[in-house]
Ligand binder design. Structure first.
Ligand SMILES: NC(=O)c1ccc[n+]([C@@H]2O[C@H](COP(=O)([O-])OP(=O)(O)OC[C@H]3O[C@@H](n4cnc5c(N)ncnc54)[C@H](OP(=O)(O)O)[C@@H]3O)[C@@H](O)[C@H]2O)c1
Length: 345
């Protein structure tokens, strides 16, 4: 039985990888700090939890034991993290480092965390230039991308068979930031209209955690040092995402497609972008990767997970709170109602 160790295996991406590997006959260990975070179905399927802080090399070494056929790192944010990964990767047949599309820059040097949104000239290939490597605080907006680049460099310069995977906006059960909540909550609140900035044309590519899991399994069978984008086979716009959610719950609402003349902030969503951000996934496909499904298919479980949490009082605390700094800006119902009322006067 092949064995995998997934660092950060109780989170969104690690959990999806664990589920897929367990279903396909792997022995799977998932690491993290808090055993309470192990999803019950992963434990039920035989997944084992190993306590290991990502910054503690002795704990990481103990978690790996005698080695693994596959090592997946979902907690690699800096060059220092990557340096701790290398000795483990020496004892793994194939290693995956989860990076991000946030590393890419456009021709002007803009990127997903710059004040000026990036403008790419088409689907982004892995050969596209990235930010320069950096070591500022990786938890900051400015530091996330440069630190990911630095981590990638350490991994790829090692000569070890480490595959860097760059996802876009990841969705799935277990998301710490479940972006679809902006539409699910509106459905649950019985909103009769959904307002969408830029006519709903915003597009930041979605990536199902289940599709990352499929790519990881492909990489397990074909170890190598490389970079691979990972995104859903379709690239839904904000309007299409809103429709997927409404259709899933059988909810009808008026689509109010806003132009540039409405108050700033109205109709915003997490996928807003003045220019499309789409990942080219042909390199993964050439390696043999086949997606688990398109956006609508793969997001369904997350939509049910969110609505069930809301229905049952959210004992596990998975839903964003009303004062969540990321989500609260998307829920100004008063401004929406004022706009809708003004429109009909
Ligand atoms: N989510 C996205 O939209 C997205 C997009 C692009 C790239 N990525 C990248 O994908 C990777 C995984 O993201 P995710 O969304 O799956 O994250 P997540 O859901 O927040 O999961 C993080 C996992 O890491 C563990 N962890 C966190 N800090 C740790 C530490 N100090 N020591 C040991 N374990 C630790 C967590 O468990 P404990 O808290 O119990 O330790 C959990 O298992 C990240 O590197 C991220 O940069 C994510």
């Amino acid at each position: 039985m092949p064995r995998a160790l997934i660092l950060g295996g109780t989170g969104l991406i690690g959990g999806a990888v664990a589920r897929r590997l367990l279903a396909n006959g792997w022995e799977v260990d998932v690491s993290g700090r808090n055993p309470v975070r192990v999803p019950s179905e992963i434990a039920a399927a035989g997944g084992r939890f190993v306590a290991a802080d990502r910054g503690d090399d002795a704990q990481l070494r103990a978690a790996l034991g005698d080695g693994a056929d596959l090592l997946v790192d979902c907690v690699c944010y800096t060059a220092a993290h990557a340096r701790l990964l290398l000795p483990l990767a020496e004892d793994a047949a194939s290693t995956v480092l989860i990076s991000s599309r946030a590393v890419y820059v456009d021709d002007e040097g803009n990127h997903s965390n710059s004040d000026v949104p990036p403008r790419f000239d088409g689907p982004i290939r892995e050969t596209r230039p990235t930010l320069a490597a950096g070591d500022m605080d990786y938890r900051s907006r400015e530091g996330y991308g440069p630190n990911k680049v630095a981590a990638e460099h350490v991994a790829l310069d090692s000569g070890l068979p480490i595959t860097v995977i760059r996802p876009a906006h990841v969705h799935g059960v277990g998301a710490a930031r479940p972006r679809e909540w902006v539409f699910v909550k509106r459905v649950l609140d019985g909103r009769g209209a959904v307002l969408l900035a830029r006519g709903g044309a915003g597009l930041v590519h979605t990536t199902a955690a289940a599709n990352i899991a499929s790519l990881v399994e492909t990489v397990a069978a074909r170890p190598g040092a490389r970079i691979l984008n990972c995104a859903d086979p379709d690239a839904p716009s904000v309007l299409e995402i809103s429709r997927v959610v409404a259709r899933h719950f059988g909810h009808a609402w008026e689509e109010v497609l806003l132009d540039g003349t409405v108050p700033d902030g109205l109709g915003r969503t997490p996928w807003d972008s003045p220019h499309p951000v789409v990942l080219d996934t042909s390199a993964a496909e050439e390696l043999g990767y086949r997606p688990a499904g398109d956006y609508a298919t793969t997001v369904a479980a997350e939509l049910d997970w969110l609505s069930e949490a809301a229905r049952s009082g959210d004992q596990a605390g998975i839903l964003p709170k009303a004062d969540d700094p990321y989500f609260s800006r998307f829920f100004d119902y008063a401004a929406e109602d004022a706009f809708l009322a003004g429109r009909t006067r």
